[in-house]
Design a protein around this ligand. Structure first.
Ligand code: GLU
Length: 427
């Protein structure tokens, strides 16, 4: 396969294409193509067996022209600087597209949290904060959870930050536990946001979710809540695939009359691996992980990692699929994107589709600053408003200019950030 599989090259290729379409001036183009600041560091951790292990950590701030950098921290054994660069870049576009006053950043640690004890994980979280303490904070850069990090990790990080800063700064980090500065609705926000976009996309075609079928990749926080919303609203999820970290293999779980997301969630470990034996006992077919993409369904929902739909497997997508909702960040490569366009398969692009998480993080900061917390219904209603507005802005532009949805989303987001650069006199 000649296709490049470096996520940062993908992010830059997507940007270059839109910079050309927008006719961006060279200065702005160069400014927005690169992360503005990067921190690469080591984190020594005393392990439970007494040995010292050194982990590699990153925080990359792509852009803060519209507000403090914002974005999650991933714990993943295959983390690389280029992956974090790409993810930080996508955060800039995501925040601009949903029009929240934040920029883009991302963090990571090369580690496998499934193989670390809770105490070792706590040390890693505290070590990460100690290494970037001076360069993050409520006014600078605000982290959040992402792949394999959770509310407990965020609270350890907050505690370390507040210990070093000597005060309470709940706006330093989002995705905290409820009752400890977290927002109601944050857990389900990304998955529900994916489905608010799907609902609006269907509305524009004059139909609803009722009677539609879907196949999901991944069964972590995003997929679990998206699948619940989809089935509650009359859709049927036929297949869900997930990565089993203990075996380093992916499996797909299929049920002809539809999977039960509540049941599957009840037999899923905190890292999204489903208990195979219990699924089989409950009548699920267990297939190789790639099976998720071949299902004859209406809707595909990739909610795992980047580059999962690529030149090598895009041809396996069934003719029945008419919509792909990208719950993950960067799940589709540029080559696969071209094939989807040619085949007329609609795509709700990642940085719109999964923006519910960061939008709710923004609400969490707002609530933390007021020290007054909203009811869950209020949070979800506001979230729905932001997602729906952003979706239609993208869909209207795509129609008017006759461009692909991803390009339309990029045009809106890049234009907003470019405008911020001009207004500030940076270019
Ligand atoms: N990690 C999530 C994302 O990729 C959420 C980021 C945040 O809440 O800041 O959008």
């Amino acid at each position: 396969m000649s296709e490049t599989l470096n996520p940062f090259e993908t992010a830059q290729a997507q940007f270059d294409r839109v910079a050309e379409m927008l006719g961006l001036e060279p200065g702005v183009r160069e400014l927005l193509r690169w992360p503005m600041r990067e921190f690469h560091f080591t984190i020594p951790v005393r392990m439970d067996d007494g040995t010292m292990r050194v982990f590699r950590g990153f925080r990359i701030q792509h852009n803060d022209l519209r507000g403090p950098a914002k974005g999650g921290i991933r714990f993943h054994p295959q983390e690389t600087a280029d992956t974090v660069r790409a993810l930080a870049t996508w955060m800039t576009w995501k925040c601009a597209l949903v029009d929240i006053p934040l920029g883009g950043g991302k963090g990571g640690v090369v580690c496998d949290p499934r193989r670390l004890s809770p105490r070792e994980q706590e040390q890693l979280c505290r070590g990460w904060v100690r290494q970037v303490f001076k360069n993050v904070g409520p006014q600078l850069d605000v982290p959040a959870p992402d792949v394999m990090t959770n509310a407990q990790h965020m609270l350890w990080m907050l505690d370390e930050y507040e210990t070093l800063a000597g005060g309470h700064y709940p706006g330093f980090i989002t995705g905290k536990p409820i009752g400890m500065g977290g927002s109601l609705g944050r857990r389900e926000a990304t998955g529900y946001g994916v489905m608010y976009c799907v609902r609006e996309a269907l509305k524009r075609r004059g139909r609803g979710v009722n009677g539609l079928t879907a196949s999901f990749q991944g069964f972590g926080n995003v997929a679990q809540y998206a699948a619940r919303w989809f089935t509650r609203n009359g859709g049927t999820v036929l297949c869900v695939s997930c990565w089993d970290g203990r075996e380093n293999t992916a499996y797909a779980y299929r049920k002809a009359d539809g999977v039960d997301p509540e049941f599957l969630a009840s037999i899923t470990d905190p890292y999204g691996a489903i208990d195979r034996d219990r699924a089989r006992e409950a009548g699920y077919e267990v297939l190789p992980g790639e099976a998720w993409i071949r299902q004859p369904v209406d809707l595909l929902v990739p909610c795992a990692l980047e580059h999962q739909i690529h030149a090598g497997n895009v041809g396996e997508i069934s003719d029945r699929v008419f919509l792909i909702a990208e719950g993950a960040n960067g799940p589709t490569t540029p080559d696969a994107d071209r094939v989807l366009q040619e085949r007329g398969i609609a795509v709700i692009p990642d940085f719109l589709c999964n923006a519910g998480g960061v939008t709710c993080s923004y609400f969490e900061q707002v609530q933390a600053n007021m020290n007054f917390y909203w009811e869950r219904e209020e949070v979800l209603q506001r979230l729905d408003g932001f997602m729906t507005r952003a979706f239609h802005a993208m869909a209207d532009l795509a129609e008017q200019r006759r461009v692909f949805s991803r390009d339309a989303a990029y045009m809106i987001a890049v234009d907003r950030v470019a405008q911020a650069a001009r207004l500030r006199g940076r270019v």
